[in-house]
Design a protein around this ligand. Structure first.
Ligand code: MF3
Ligand code: CO
Ligand code: CO
Length: 292
């Protein structure tokens, strides 16, 4: 980490400070979050270009790390509550928080890459699930439906809507396909802190009746499973996997509530986000093939 890059409060200790539960961001914070979102989204696109059979998740971690640092950002996951890497890589039955390692991606895998960047004092958090080479139709359908479910959740975001409408919209896409929605991990408020107290479940919970207001920023990041929603934590205390070992997919954007709807913050400055760029194709095949 170059010395010139500003670090979040937990970078040295691993422990984020708990500074209030402010859900609405100031105009200057919102401008900063557009920058952080852009950096995270560009890093995710860059990692996605390299997702191909044979690459290790450690190599993808290095690519994501370097993309964020080159943009002047701190990779938010690094030492967040002691997390050891610059992104999360969750392969096949891993639901979330997989730790990059020396395993090589194999033809037919699916892999979620989750990138969070800290710059200008705020975080931007985004993820996509990529197809590695030639993926079976059932897995590809899970990935496509998960992407659609995330967008269905995003589409209900507007002032006056209630938080529970988001989970209801996600379930309306996922459940008819026979999939299950993970309940233990949810979307979260985000800003100067990586995770604020605002909770965004991806399932319908009528108790989550908070009314959305302009200036709120939070993530929508449904994790959807082919089989049951039951999960298991690996003994690394990070990696979360399905108990039945069936596959799980996830997509994530950081979203701003605007005066008349919403704005996606985690989009690159110059082109589509990763989930559009690599939709329905095996990453590492056209159009995701690195030009160099
Ligand atoms: N980016 C993840 C999220 O969407 C959080 C990762 S925290 C880590 O909220 F410590 F596991 F990296
Ligand atoms: Co998140
Ligand atoms: Co994330």
């Amino acid at each position: 980490m170059p010395a010139g890059i500003a670090r979040p409060d937990y970078a040295a200790t691993g422990i984020p400070s708990d500074r209030g539960a402010r859900a609405v961001r100031t105009p200057s914070e919102i401008e900063a979050m557009r920058i952080a979102g852009r950096v995270a989204a560009a890093a995710l696109v860059e990692v996605g270009r390299h997702v191909t059979p044979g690459i290790t998740t450690d190599e993808l971690d290095r690519i994501g790390h370097e993309a964020m640092v080159a943009a002047g950002a701190y990779p938010s996951t690094l030492n967040y509550r002691g997390y050891p890497k610059s992104l999360c890589s969750s392969v096949n039955e891993v639901i979330c928080h997989g730790i990059p390692d020396s395993r090589r991606l194999q033809d037919g895998d699916i892999v979620n890459i989750d990138v969070t960047a800290f710059i200008e004092g705020v975080h931007g958090d985004t993820s996509a699930t990529f197809l590695v080479g030639d993926v079976d139709d059932r897995s590809a359908a899970l990935v496509a439906t998960t992407r659609a479910a995330m967008h269905a959740g995003i589409d209900v975001v507007r002032p006056g809507a209630r938080v529970y409408e988001i989970g209801r919209a996600i379930e309306a896409v996922a459940l008819p396909e026979g999939y299950s929605v993970v309940r233990e991990f949810i979307g979260h408020g985000i800003g100067d802190q990586f995770h604020t107290s605002l909770q965004i479940p991806h399932y319908f919970d009528p108790r989550q009746d908070t009314v959305l207001e302009p200036g709120m920023t939070f993530t929508i990041e449904p994790m959807i499973n082919l089989g049951s929603a039951a999960l298991e934590m690996w003994d690394d205390d990070w990696t979360v996997a399905t108990r039945d070992l069936q596959r799980s997919a996830q997509f994530e954007h950081t979203v701003l509530v605007t005066d008349d709807g919403h704005e996606l913050l985690t989009v690159p400055a110059d082109g589509p986000p990763a989930e559009v760029l690599y939709a329905g194709v095996g990453a590492g095949t056209s159009p995701a093939t690195p030009a160099d």
